[in-house]
Each structure stands twice: as C-alpha cells, then as structure tokens.
Design a protein around this ligand. Structure first.
Ligand SMILES: [Zn+2]
Length: 464
C-alpha cells in the first residue's frame, strides 16, 4: 500500500515548506517537490497543513479508580484520539501494591492488545518499590517501558513516600529512564479535605478549595530536589499553576533536568467552573484542580519560553450520570478526571496559534515532537522525515467547529459530557494516517480495531 500526499504545507517542530510526501510500507520514503510517483492512493492537501500526528503522553484508559473504571477503554479512547489528530498515546499501567510491576504490564497489555486504533506505549505507575523490587525497573525498560510515574498525592491509594521516590529515581538515573511525578502534597491536602468535610462542606467546589496551588508548588519543588540529588531527569505531569511553574523555572535556571507538561484544562478552563449549578461542577473535578484564571497566561508564557515542554490531556473520563454521582454527598468521592483526548489538537491550535501565543512550529513541538523526544519515540514518531512512521495529520486551518457532545465531528469519547462544550475552534483535523493507513477521513473513522501496535520505547533522549 503506497500513498502520495500532494501540495501540502509541511510543518514540523522546525520546518515549514511546501512539498509532496510519498509513503510506502508504513513509513515516509520520499519528500520532494512535485513528486510524480505511482501510488495506490493520492491525497490532495492543497491549502492544508501536513503535520506529524499528535502524541498524547498522558492518558488513563480502562483505569480502575475511586471504585469505578474510566469510561473510555483502549478501543473507544484511541478511536476518539484518532478523530482529533492524535496518532500515539502513552497510557499508564498501574502496579497493584505488593505485586510485581511486570504483572501490571501484562494486565495492561491484555487491556490494549488488538483493540487500539493507533499506536500506544505504557508508562508504569509504581506504588510499591522495596529494595528487592528495584531491579524490575530495568526489566520494564527492556520491555519498552522507559518511564515511571510516582504519586505524591492520594495517600493510601497511589501515594509513595519520599524514600521510594528517591529509590526509583536513583535506579532510573542509572538506567537512563525517566521519572514522571504527580507532584502535590497529598498528605496535607487530605487533612484540608477532612476538615472541610467535618464542617459539612461537601459540594464539588470544595474539591478546588481544598487543593491550594502552594501544595502543588511544594510537591514540584520536592520532586525536583530529590531528582537533583538522584541525578536523573524528572518530568512533572499536569502542571496547573503559576506557583508550580515558578519552581520548575528556578530549577531549570540552576541547571536541573526538570521538565513539565500542562494540559488543555489548565489552559482553557478555570475554577469558576466549580460554581456551576447543582452538581455540574463535578464534571470538572480533576487533580490538580482547575485554578484561578490568571494562571492561564503564566502557563502560556511557560510554554512559549520553553519552561513547559509539552501539552498532554490526562484524559481520564467518568460519566456524569453514573460515575461522577458517586460523590454527590461528598466531593472527595467524586472520581477524579475529565475527558480531553479528542479535542487537544484543535484547542491548542485555536488557543495557541490563532491567538498569537505560539508559532505553528511550537504547536507541533508541544503536541507531538517534545513527547516523542522525552519518551524515546523520536524520530520514529513526532516528525515528518524520510524513515519516520507515516503518522500524519492533514489539518485544515480554516475549518471551524463548535465542540459539543452533539457535534458528530468533535465528540467520540465514551463519556456523557464534553468539558469544552460550546467552545468554538478554528483549525480542525481532516485526514489522519497511522503508519501510512488512512484511519480518519473527514470525521469518518475508516480504520479498524487492532490497527494500533504496542511501541517499545527507547531510553531517555535517545540514549542507547
Ligand atoms: Zn494522570
């Protein structure tokens, strides 16, 4: 199967030029002017951008949490991602306490294998790492799981203490892998939550009010300091606020390999959503919580100046009707998380490029290239180059859509609300190729379950 994409404007994290692309055997084999080659399929990309497929390095599909399971599984979640122009996900396998991380990897392979629309990899959430389990981290790396996530939040569930964090970081530093941190002081936050509940404060808005930005900043500071001593790069996931960003900038200024991602919810939503009528605010209960609106400008500045390297979604949807209601009488029981995997590319393009906050190249870097580099997928993924996988999005910069659960082009996620309901975006994914196969054609999914493959990722920064 060969494909020729003609007349497109190719945009990568560094390039911007007009050319044709020839694809054979799943990868890009030729890029040039007016290519006159025989192909099984010709796509005219006139007046469109041709960009690398999006990479979302932070999703939670089919994830047990808070007494329920996230609403998108590997079939529905990856299909929705594809609709939105994302061609690679890195999801999280979770170690059950007292059991092997390798067993967790098997469980997550079983959840995903043969079900996905696009390629995928795994990070490992480590919940329990005593001395005689540390060696498993290298075994995971050999299986292509070259990054781990540890939690400073959720005591009693996913939380690990600072000793565990240090132990994991030391080993990651030795092996050339990366530690991702959920950096929030969960111990203090739990105390604040307990006090609020004892005062009868049970509504969704107290989720936001019990998670001060200072407790995120403290977690970020601590995570980075431990990483600094362990001599390992650290990646702060879902950074949400200016206070936390300040800590990343301070660390980077003294030469620490600290990296951060933020998410569309922190760039486009704010804590006023918790004041919605009735129980509606529960739709926005996620961790970290939505912040005061002024933080958004600071995050955009962080993105523009390179202090924040990527934009992931932390896609972790729970249905409003039968899942979010678990916390109707107690905000701390509302399953934490929201949907977003499908809408990321358009939101960031519209809010970033159209608003003049970031360049087109930066848009590609933030939504694809940076994650590929950080997580051992570059240059197979994350760019358009000869030899790279033909994961390509043909993006129409002029097409307008209103994001809504009722818009058949903007909502394929298996969840009964869209966090960006009513947002108008200009710039929309038109055609998506996953390893050279067209899987999205103008809002229609034409791929099949199981097209996506597991990605054995390389070491951090391409170290071999
Ligand atoms: Zn997450």
């Amino acid at each position: 199967m060969s494909v020729l994409i003609k007349n497109g404007r190719i945009i990568t994290a560094v390039d911007d030029y007009m050319a044709d692309i020839f694809i054979a055997e799943e990868s890009i084999t030729t890029i040039g002017n007016s290519l006159d080659m025989v192909a099984d399929q010709i796509i005219d990309a006139s007046n469109k951008y041709v960009i690398p497929g999006g990479i979302d390095p932070h999703t939670h599909l089919d994830m047990p949490f808070g007494g329920t399971v996230s609403a998108d599984n590997f079939e529905t979640g990856t299909r929705a991602a594809a609709h939105g122009g994302t061609t690679t996900l890195i999801d999280f396998a979770i170690q059950a306490k007292g059991t092997s991380t390798l067993k967790a990897l098997d469980i997550w392979h079983a959840k995903a294998e043969g079900k996905t629309a696009i390629d995928y990899g795994f990070h490992m959430i480590v919940t329990d790492l005593d001395d005689n389990r540390v060696h498993e981290m290298k075994m995971l790396a050999d299986e292509g799981v070259t990054s781990y996530k540890l939690f400073m939040a959720y005591p009693g569930v996913l939380y690990v203490d600072d000793g565990t964090i240090y132990r994991a970081m030391r080993k990651a530093g030795e092996d050339g892998t990366v530690v991702c941190m959920h950096a929030e002081n969960g111990i203090v936050i739990d105390e604040i939550v307990k006090k609020a509940l004892s005062e009868g404060k049970t509504e969704p808005k107290y989720h936001g009010l019990t998670r001060p930005t200072r407790m995120e900043a403290e977690g970020v500071h601590r995570a980075i300091s431990i990483a600094e001593v362990a001599n390992v790069p650290v990646y702060i996931v879902h950074l949400s606020c200016s206070d936390a960003l300040e800590q990343v900038i301070l660390a980077r200024n003294r030469g620490v390999h600290a990296f951060a991602e933020t998410c569309p919810q922190y760039l486009f939503l704010d804590n006023s959503y918790y004041d919605k009528e009735g129980f509606e605010g529960a739709k926005y209960v996620m961790t970290p919580a939505l912040r005061e609106k002024w933080n958004q400008d600071e995050l955009w500045k962080g993105l523009r100046f390179g202090h924040i390297q990527s934009i992931a979604t932390d896609h972790c949807p729970f249905c409003f009707k039968d899942q979010k209601v678990l916390g109707i009488d107690d905000f701390s029981k509302i399953p934490n998380g929201g949907p977003g995997v499908e809408n990321r590319m358009s939101l960031v393009y519209n809010g970033g490029v159209n608003s003049g906050r970031i360049s087109l190249n930066k848009f590609v870097e933030l939504t694809s290239t940076a994650a590929a580099k950080t997580f051992g997928l570059f240059p197979k993924k994350g760019t358009i180059a000869v030899g790279s996988d033909a994961d390509i999005v043909i993006f129409d910069p002029n097409r307008k859509e209103t994001i809504s659960i009722n818009n058949a082009c903007t909502h394929h996620m298996n969840v009964d609300y869209n966090a960006y309901e009513g947002f108008e975006v200009k710039g929309f994914t038109e055609t998506v190729l996953s390893r050279g196969k067209v899987i999205i054609d103008d809002c229609d999914y034409i791929g099949k379950k199981g097209d996506g493959h597991y990605l054995k990722r390389g070491l951090y920064g391409g170290m071999k």
